[in-house]
Design a protein around this ligand. Structure first.
Ligand code: IPE
Ligand code: IPE
Ligand code: MG
Length: 248
């Protein structure tokens, strides 16, 4: 099985999972957290170096206050309970998104967890919180404009790589595979620049029902895909072979 270097997941369907059981939506989020714990562990076991989870979008701030508050509480509990596991399993926490909008308590526990796990190397767990890709791109463009104005960067220097370095995901490779659960087939303002050449995988399974077998199914499908990056099929095959030789 081919293992993606960077797997990104849009964890969707918590609310519907709860509604189907006549439970409050938050019960779906609680079950969703359990799945996060299982999937993080499995990805680390499989040797996936980068895992990005879309946990709370910029647009999710518009949800009822009660739901937002419960989600922030759940996030705090999750981080508290996971620190030991992250240390034991050598997992580093990274966060992308507009952190300024998060409650102070959440920001502080995120920062504590981030710095406590900074040196860990097995896997980077990248949480997208208060994250919207258009917001991220605009923040990057504003910074770039300031650097150009102050002559710290020239217009000619601005290329793909320089632009990527100004995004929240600076230092992370682009995702190779995106999984979205719950049957929705849209991107919902997630990693618009970074997903340029990712393989997209959609499943009807709701996030609280997503298990290790579902993850393996997605990875098997990913292994069967031919990634061409604009080349012809024959060229892509040759590239793959020469990359393999370079590695040996
Ligand atoms: C995903 O589940 C979790 C978050 C967006 C925080 P939803 O809450 O969107 O669940 P559905 O889409 O309403 O079923
Ligand atoms: C995307 O799910 C955001 C997260 C999973 C955190 P949404 O449920 O918010 O997306 P839409 O509204 O269906 O596009
Ligand atoms: Mg949803």
């Amino acid at each position: 099985m081919k293992i993606p270097r960077h797997l990104a997941i849009i964890m969707d369907g918590n609310g519907r999972w709860a509604e189907q059981r006549s439970l409050p939506r938050i019960a779906g989020h609680q079950q969703g957290v359990k799945v996060v714990q299982e999937i993080v562990r499995e990805c680390s076991k499989l040797g996936i170096p980068y895992l990005t989870l879309y946990a709370f979008s910029f647009e999710n701030w518009k949800r009822p206050q009660e739901e937002v508050r419960s989600l922030m509480e759940l996030l705090t509990l999750y981080l508290r309970s996971e620190l030991q596991t992250m240390l034991k399993e050598n997992i580093r926490l990274n966060v992308i998104g507009d952190a300024a909008r998060l409650p102070a308590g959440v920001r502080s526990i995120l920062e504590q967890t981030r710095s406590a796990t900074e040196g860990n190397q097995r896997m980077t767990l990248n949480l997208a919180l208060s994250y919207g890709s258009r917001d991220e791109v605009l923040r990057a463009v504003r910074r770039i404009c300031l650097e150009i104005r102050d002559q710290r960067l020239s217009v000619e220097e601005l290329d793909d790589e320089v632009f990527s370095r100004h995004l929240d995901t600076a230092g992370l490779p682009d995702p190779d595979l995106l999984i979205r659960t719950s049957g929705e087939t849209r991107i919902s303002n997630f990693l618009l620049w970074q997903l340029a050449y990712a393989e997209l995988y959609f499943t009807e399974t709701l996030w609280p029902d997503f298990g290790r077998e579902d993850l393996h199914r997605a990875l098997e499908e990913f292994s069967r895909r031919e990634r061409r990056f604009g080349l012809t099929g024959a060229q892509a095959q040759r590239e793959k072979l020469s990359n393999r030789e370079e590695r040996h």
